[in-house]
Design a protein around this ligand. Structure first.
Ligand SMILES: [Zn+2]
Length: 296
């Protein structure tokens, strides 16, 4: 069966052309057989939370940063990172990933940005949450260890992850907040931009992504009006089923909260590269967002 007719074909490593898949039962046996020989999701390294934490510990040690425990959820420690300049009270660049476990391009991209940035990042004001849903990442699921969509819990004053998260973000000042996600329906990269600045900075930033990651040019994305890959809102909407992280960050006073999305059907390498590139560009833009000349 051609890959184009098989949704989520990257789960199958795009190899079925070598085998005549006569039935779904045969396909299942083929996948089971192949999974013993090659790394298929969720056995892929990107879904190995312990391995992700090991790689983060190496990266942060290299920068002189410490990983700090946010809380334990579902038996897994959740980590966060604060650079010394952010701890000293400077407005910080905020990035989180892994709220949805089936979006590994985000978790890999954030770590890639840190590794690619090298020592120059050590002196920056940053607050990072590398993976807020470890069980979901391990299981390759959107939901967390309770079966809940964590990105509809951030208004909660009882949720163990979101309460711990709120204690950290509430007293701090941020220059720009990024929440990194992926979307199965996306046809390219796009941004949900919550800001009331002098210009929509995220639109230009999208044009700087690597060539292998197009902009999602649909006029409507996720049911919302979009232009050149950006869904822009000046007012934070109310989401009846629960509030996403980015909206709560905006309500708490962050001047710009951007949710960056890459298309899950693209290759993991391209998605991670695009995520890292977007974080890198946003990091460079963050001072301009705080600059009185360009801010509201
Ligand atoms: Zn998501």
């Amino acid at each position: 069966m051609p890959c184009a007719t098989r949704p989520r074909c990257h789960f199958l490593s795009c190899r079925p052309s070598a085998v005549d898949l006569e039935s779904e039962a045969f396909a299942f046996i083929w996948i089971w057989f192949q999974s013993g020989r090659v790394k298929l999701l969720p056995g892929h390294r990107c879904h190995d939370y312990a391995d992700l934490c090991r790689r983060w510990k190496l990266a942060t040690a290299n920068l002189g940063w410490k990983m700090r425990k946010l809380c334990v959820a579902g038996g897994d420690p959740i980590w966060w990172i604060e650079s010394s300049r952010a701890a000293a009270g400077e407005p910080a660049f905020y990035v989180s990933a892994g709220v949805h476990g089936d979006e590994p391009g985000a978790t890999e991209g954030l770590l890639r940005w840190v590794c690619q940035s090298g020592k120059k990042l050590a002196d920056a004001a940053v607050v990072l949450f590398p993976c807020l849903n470890p069980t979901g990442l391990r299981n390759n699921t959107r939901v967390d260890y309770r079966g809940l969509d964590l990105n509809r819990q951030f208004q909660s004053l009882e949720d163990e992850v979101c309460v711990a998260w709120r204690k950290i973000v509430t007293p701090r000042t941020f220059s720009l907040c990024l929440t990194l996600h992926e979307d199965y329906d996306a046809q390219g990269a796009y941004v949900y931009d919550l800001s009331n600045l002098s210009q929509v900075f995220s639109r230009e930033l999208l044009t700087t992504l690597p060539k292998r990651m197009p902009i999602d040019a649909r006029p409507k994305i996720d049911g919302r009006a979009a232009r050149e890959g950006v869904i822009h809102r000046k007012m934070a909407p109310h989401i009846a089923e629960g509030m996403p992280e980015a909206i709560v960050l905006y309500q708490l006073g962050c001047p710009a909260a951007w949710t960056f999305e890459t298309p899950s059907e693209f290759s993991l390498a391209d998605r991670a590269e695009a995520q890292a590139a977007f974080v890198s560009g946003a990091f460079k833009l963050a001072p301009a967002i705080l600059n009185p000349g360009s801010a509201r």
